[in-house]
Design a binder for this molecule. Structure first.
Ligand code: NDP
Length: 347
């Protein structure tokens, strides 16, 4: 059977911006005979995420993810529907997911590597398993729970960078659910700012591409910043940290502004920012959602409940077709998405 897939054609270089030319669409033959324990699944949705940028380098700089190899089929979070199965607990029609789903229209996978999904958790909107009710939602929720030190009634002001993206748009809302009094988002366009304040309940939103971020942030957060959900790092974070209060807390979620640079993770901070952290006793511990697997089931139940009751509002940017997967990734890295960037392979 002929299927389509995306392979890595070249690397952008540790300091380069990823481009669609780094990827190649191919047709390949899929063996139709399943071995014991295997399933054949039709790919439904693929997730494209910032951490994949590290997988484009020869060395990812971390031990929990491996570099992609040139000419190999690529992989990331994905969801599919089972068509044939030789696995004892998986049957045709089951919806399954994997953190290493091949960028391929149809694939043969080891059943034991798959997680069976319950579509009722997302009211049948299956792509939410890659976003609000998947690792993205868990990152926002568990990041805040574990590192945010949000205290209901304490009148805390929270700032979120990358606020209109997948994690950020959820983190702002969840920060409020957990008890923050005021939530301010920072993102890259006026249109995104307007969605944050008019649809997602943020009190204010600032476009970091316009001048005067520090002054505008000061007027949005007159008592300073108590909780900072940091998705971006770099100069934006230096500005936010300079306005943080004593004994306040940073959730070090990601540093996307540094991902096209050849620097270690987390990237070193300027001396002034380091000094501010020390003088004001600000915590800045690295958060990794994969380190909290024991809380994922609880987190998924909570996120599902917020989603189904309409409390948690979810934004997605969806592109169609395997041939557009690379474009979707490249676009997301430059801010082309509002909410979670999803590739729909087959609806
Ligand atoms: P997003 O949906 O937020 O997409 C990335 C966004 O980053 C873009 O939309 C863009 O929005 C913004 N961006 C790109 N370049 C820059 C820049 N130079 N400066 C500021 N903003 C920029 O992605 P995710 O929600 O999937 O990921 C957000 C962060 O969370 C990433 O840093 C990621 O690595 C991290 N993460 C961490 C996890 C963990 O376990 N710690 C798990 C999952 C994600 P804009 O228009 O605003 O510029």
């Amino acid at each position: 059977m002929k299927v389509q897939r995306i392979v890595l054609a070249s690397r952008p270089g540790n300091d380069g911006e990823p481009a669609t030319e780094n990827f190649r669409l191919e047709e390949t033959d899929l063996a139709e005979e399943l071995l014991d324990g295997q399933v054949m699944a039709q790919t439904l949705y693929i997730s494209v995420d910032p951490y994949l940028r590290c997988r484009m380098n020869e060395d990812t700089g971390t031990d929990y993810i491996q570099p992609w190899k040139i000419s190999d089929v690529l992989d990331s979070g994905g969801i599919g529907v089972v068509e044939q199965s030789r696995h004892i607990h998986i049957k045709p029609g089951d919806v399954v997911s994997s953190f290493t789903w091949p960028w391929q229209t149809k694939c043969v996978l080891e059943g034991k590597s798959l997680t069976k999904l319950d579509p009722s958790l997302v009211d049948g909107h299956l792509s939410h398993f890659l976003g609000a009710v998947g690792l993205t939602g868990l990152t926002a929720f568990l990041g805040l729970k574990e590192k945010g030190h949000v205290v209901p009634g304490a009148n805390q002001t929270m700032v979120v960078s990358g606020a209109a993206g997948a994690c950020g748009s959820l983190a702002g809302q969840i920060g409020r659910f957990l008890g923050c009094a005021r939530v301010v988002g920072i993102c890259g366009t006026d249109e995104k700012c307007s969605v944050l304040t008019s649809e997602l309940g943020f009190d204010a939103a600032l476009n970091y591409k316009e001048k005067g971020l520090a002054d505008k942030l000061r007027s949005c957060c007159p008592d300073g910043v108590d909780v900072y959900f940091d998705n971006v790092g770099g100069e934006i974070s230096d500005v936010v940290i300079s306005q943080m209060t004593r004994d306040s807390h940073i959730i070090l979620c990601g540093q996307i502004s540094q991902y096209n640079k050849d620097v270690p993770y987390p990237p070193p901070l300027p001396p002034q920012t380091e000094a501010t952290l020390k003088e004001r006793n600000i915590t800045r511990e690295r958060f990794m959602v994969l380190n909290y697997a024991d809380q994922h089931e609880m987190g998924v139940q909570q996120l599902s409940q917020w989603l189904k009751t309409g409390k948690l509002k979810v934004k997605e940017t969806v592109v169609q077709g395997i041939e557009n997967t690379a474009d979707a990734f490249v676009s997301m890295m430059k801010g082309g998405n509002l909410g979670k960037q999803i590739v729909e392979i087959s609806g």
